[in-house]
Write a protein that binds this ligand. Structure first.
Ligand SMILES: Cc1cc2nc3c(=O)[nH]c(=O)nc-3n(C[C@H](O)[C@H](O)[C@H](O)COP(=O)(O)O)c2cc1C
Length: 185
């Protein structure tokens, strides 16, 4: 029987910065999802404590419990992140470390975008993030990964995407993400 449950996406920006280009891009991507599903944007990454296995207790910290619940409730995850010093931003890596043992990413369809003003689009952080997600047994969506170079030139003053190739690439990425979610439902 066809599944009629609405698809719920958890959208995560790897940047905590107020004027983050990645968060702006993520919002533009979300606006392209329209009626395909509902989106919850994760906003508490900065409130997570520093990961320490000694704090990974049966009754976790409230921010950790919320993070795990949001992931659990999501049918799929969309991450848009910058690269910091040739790696994943610490806050994002910290968030991911909190869910290694609890397993919320296992078999979860995930699409990954990295965006940078620099020419390689954060490719090293991108690869590193895919490696971490793969270690956590996430379902990395085929066609669901995108590096975006020169992001500072691809958003207009309203933070809308003005680059037609980027729009098309994002449409394809979303199509792949939603298809994978439907496949696993
Ligand atoms: C501490 C720091 C390290 C950075 N390292 C890199 C890097 O390794 N590669 C890269 O492409 N950009 C790097 N950048 C530039 C970021 O890509 C740029 O600041 C980007 O706008 C940050 O993402 P956001 O706008 O989403 O916050 C770095 C920026 C900062 C603040």
């Amino acid at each position: 029987m066809k599944n009629v449950n609405p698809i719920n996406i958890l959208a995560i920006s790897g940047s905590l910065r107020g004027k983050s280009l990645n968060s702006a891009l993520l919002r533009a991507v979300i606006s392209m999802i329209s009626s395909q599903g509902t989106v919850v944007t994760y906003s508490e990454m900065g409130q997570l404590p520093h990961f320490n296995p000694d704090l990974d207790l049966d009754v976790p910290d409230t921010a950790v419990a919320n993070w795990r619940r949001l992931l659990k409730e999501a049918n799929g995850v969309l991450i848009c992140t910058p690269e910091y010093a040739r790696g994943i931003p610490g806050a994002l890596k910290n968030a991911l470390d909190w869910v290694v043992s609890s397993g919320e990413f296992v078999n979860k369809p995930v699409a990954v975008i990295s965006a940078s003003p620099h020419p390689d689009g954060g490719a090293i952080a991108h690869e590193s993030l895919l490696g971490t997600l793969s270690m956590m047994s996430a379902s990395l969506v085929e066609g669901g990964t995108l590096t975006v170079p020169f992001i500072n030139k691809k958003l207009d003053s309203n933070k809308e995407i003005m680059d037609s190739d980027l729009r098309l690439n994002i449409q394809n990425l979303l199509k792949a993400l939603f298809q994978e979610i439907k496949n696993v439902q």
